[in-house]
Design a protein around this ligand. Structure first.
Ligand code: C2O
Length: 554
């Protein structure tokens, strides 16, 4: 009798555990489509005919299965930006890094589990420049029954910022590659697919509808290709609660700053008078020598009950080179570091790396000047192979990559001072090898070579902690003593300041091949990328899973 009661009790106990995590199925049809929001008759590559594409909703611990069917003439892949892909590198998505592309007429099933993350991320195409129009939101809700660590907002809204070219982006990047020159700048920035009101076009732009007294969780995503962006709402401060799907200590701010690939959740309280308020998205550019898209895109915040034909309440926009606005945002970001969400910062370091980021040149036979712009980490311009690095690693195929990526620059120079005479970079496919569970620190040092600029670096497969940053050259004697090892922000994409450095730490507890690159697509194209190869640990729980049967072939 007692045993039976115990059995019933155990079943009752395990049942809720059983229904806690779900398998979510999605179908992504990659098709050509045009968008009325953009008042353009040009058709472009979309997922399910939508721009931005469909939102992926799931909870922490859910498994997500996305079947991608390619109905366009381009090779494609999809990357789930910021999802750690524990042991499932085959589903990460960067072309020629973790998979061969999905060819026209083919399909591939991405299958991954959401472990230890909750918040907003994005998915996007990860081949050439197709992510310009192939991107969308990923919303990871907390596990069922687990509240947010802040008062639950009344409603949630997704806001995706993008960058739009009137002409075909593939043509833009091909032309740049052939000429060796910077690519054409975009024609507009977009908010949820709208550039804002356009004369001679029926689109009135995006409207964020609110009700007085209510609170809104804004899930804001920068899906632009090359532009870091400011986001601001007239008359309303925003309370930031999360960055890159990690909770942060809440803080209030006027202007949000996001680099391509970054996401943030912020709470908007509708506490102003009924009416219409301007929402402005403007670019940040602190390197005045570089051509860039300086278009402002606008949307409207509209209170319920606003009388017809109201005057829009305006706001000032930050200057293009408003570095202090960017630093006041990034300096405010701190991990929540609570009992439930501790910041597990590695305190001892197995691999201490120093990566100098440069823009240099490479010989180019087809280019008008005989040279092309190239970008490098430690003077290495990274070349993608013709099969995926992960396949080469898993099947031990020789001749695809070597594992001698330089931990330091080959030549020490005054990085933020005058540039060296020789600007030529080396080309290669070199990876840096890590043991499972080893700890890594990377100091990313910006340099003044050719085009000093702010670089948003993104690491696949992990989150990292941003333990320090500064202007000028990193000082290995003095700077580490000022590192924040207690509550540094945890994220997957960060901005290396123009003429400065930033230090990150992570634990290599995810076996596979993981891309690290500048998330400005123009720089990725120029070779500003590298990859880590992380060996398996002990046993099946510390090993990369075998590749799925439908893994695309090159
Ligand atoms: Cu969001 Cu490797 O990219």
């Amino acid at each position: 009798m007692k045993l039976r009661l115990l059995a019933i009790f155990l079943v009752a106990l395990s049942f809720p555990l059983f229904v806690h995590s779900l398998v979510r199925h999605y179908k992504f049809r990659v098709v050509l489509k045009n968008s009325t929001k953009l008042c353009s008759t040009k058709s472009f590559v979309t997922v399910n005919g939508k721009f931005p594409g469909p939102t992926l909703y799931a909870r922490e611990d859910d498994t997500v299965i996305v079947k991608v069917n390619n109905h366009v003439k381009y090779n494609i892949t999809i990357h789930w930006h910021g999802i750690k892909q524990l042991q499932t590198g085959w589903s990460d998505g960067p072309a020629y890094v973790t998979q061969c592309p999905i060819q026209p007429g083919q399909s591939y099933v991405y299958n991954f589990t959401l472990t230890g993350q909750r918040g907003t991320l994005l998915w996007h195409a990860h081949i050439t420049w197709l992510r310009a129009t192939m991107h969308g939101a990923i919303v990871i809700l907390p596990k069922r029954g687990i509240p947010y660590p802040f008062p639950k907002p009344d409603k949630e809204k997704i806001i995706i910022l993008g960058e739009w070219w009137k002409s075909d982006v593939e043509a833009v990047v091909n032309e740049a590659t052939n000429s060796g020159l910077p690519p054409n700048i975009s024609d507009a920035h977009t908010i949820n697919g709208h550039p804002g009101p356009v004369p001679s076009c029926t689109s009135h732009g995006y409207t964020l509808h609110v009700e007085s007294g209510k609170t809104y969780l804004l899930r804001i995503i920068n899906a632009a290709l090359n532009d870091e962006l400011f986001f601001k709402i007239a008359g309303h401060n925003l309370k930031v609660v999360e960055a890159d799907a990690s909770y942060v200590k809440p803080f209030e701010i006027e202007t949000i700053f996001l680099s391509p690939g970054q996401t943030t959740n912020a709470i908007l309280t509708a506490n102003q008078g009924v009416g219409k308020y301007l929402i402005a998205v403007t670019p940040f550019m602190d390197a005045p020598t570089i051509g860039f898209d300086n278009m402002t895109s606008i949307a409207t915040l509209r209170y319920k009950g606003t009388p017809p034909y109201p005057k829009t309440i305006l706001t000032t926009i930050p200057p293009l080179n408003a570095t202090p606005v960017t630093t006041s945002f990034t300096d405010s970001l701190r991990s929540l570091n609570s009992n439930s969400y501790p910041a597990k910062v590695p305190l001892t370091i197995d691999h201490s790396l120093f990566f100098a980021i440069t823009v240099g040149i490479n010989p180019c036979a087809t280019c008008a000047n005989g040279i092309k712009l190239a970008s490098a980490i430690n003077n290495l311009t990274f070349l993608l192979p013709t099969i995926s690095l992960l396949q080469a690693h898993y099947y031990n195929i020789k001749g695809v990559f070597t594992d001698d990526f330089p931990a330091y620059p080959p030549i020490i120079f005054n990085y933020t001072g005058t540039q060296p005479d020789n600007l030529q970079t080396n080309n290669g496919t070199k990876l840096y090898r890590l043991n499972f569970n080893s700890t890594v620190q990377i100091v990313l040092q910006g340099t003044a070579m050719i085009a000093p600029e702010n670089h948003p670096f993104h690491l696949h497969g992990y989150n990292f902690f941003v333990v320090g940053q500064g202007l000028g050259n990193f000082d290995p004697e003095k700077d580490p003593s000022r590192f924040n090892l207690v509550d540094p922000v945890e994220r997957n994409t960060l901005s290396v300041p123009n003429g400065g450095w930033i230090a990150i730490r992570f634990r290599a507890d995810n076996p596979g091949v993981w891309f690290l690159h500048c998330h400005l697509e123009v720089h990725t194209t120029w070779g500003l990328k590298m990859a880590f190869v992380v060996d398996n640990g002990r046993g099946p729980n510390e090993s990369l899973l075998p590749p799925p049967k439908d893994l695309p072939k090159c």
